[in-house]
Design a binder for this molecule. Structure first.
Ligand code: ITT
Length: 197
């Protein structure tokens, strides 16, 4: 089947491509439709934003669309940055500025517990959408480590590991990440749809 991934984030796209490899799916992305404006992500939840992104792209293209809304929740910050993860330090989006702000907000904080969350929404061409989700528990360290991945990866050590996501090979991150887990759930829940021609 032809599936449009409703994102312009190249890092997410790379991970989604790698995790869905082997499926008989023709993947396109919002990057192939530059004329379609960015969706305003004004939902209070990952779920609301993921559905909005998937349904908007499905309506605009007449195709099935898959969207990822994701972010980092830090316990000591009451769940922030959460749905505001991409623009935590303001516009324009800057991963270094976001990481610097996170370290400042957590300075002197003993409780470093955090999790990445990802909600994936799949919309049919008429705009009927369903979701699956994935999470990865871990902690925020006190200095940046590693150059792989994107976003908050250099500050996040998943539970049971010593390396940050940014120090791991991509395949290792994808096997345990919030996005990897959401896509494993997607492959199970939507197997019959993803196999459609
Ligand atoms: P799209 O809306 O176009 O998909 P985006 O980057 O704006 O792209 P989100 O609104 O879902 O996506 O925000 C996700 C943010 O959460 C992202 O910019 C990172 O700061 C953070 N994030 C999500 N997944 C991550 C990951 O695997 N590693 C590190 N940071 C991640």
């Amino acid at each position: 089947m032809k599936l449009i991934v409703a994102t312009r984030n190249k890092h997410k796209l790379e991970e989604i491509h790698a995790i869905l490899a082997g499926l008989d799916v023709e993947l396109h992305s919002a990057l192939d439709f530059p004329e379609i404006p960015d969706v305003v992500e004004d939902g209070d939840t990952f779920e609301a934003n993921a559905i909005k992104k998937a349904v908007t792209l499905a309506h605009a293209t007449g195709c099935w669309a898959l969207a990822d809304d994701s972010g980092l929740e830090v316990d000591a910050l009451g769940g922030a940055p959460g749905v505001f993860s991409a623009r935590y330090a303001g516009e324009p989006v800057s991963y270094p500025a976001n990481n610097a702000k996170l370290l400042r907000e957590l300075a002197g904080q003993q409780n470093r517990r955090a999790r990445f969350r990802c909600v994936m929404a799949l919309s049919d061409p008429t705009g009927r959408a369903e979701t699956v989700d994935g999470r990865c528990e871990g902690r925020i360290i006190e200095e940046l480590r590693g150059a792989a991945g994107f976003g908050y990866d250099p500050l996040f050590v998943p539970e049971g590991f010593t390396q940050t996501f940014a120090e791991m090979p991509a395949a290792e991150k994808n096997a345990i990440s919030h996005r990897g887990r959401a896509l494993q759930a997607a492959r199970q829940k939507w197997d019959h749809i993803l196999k459609k021609s």
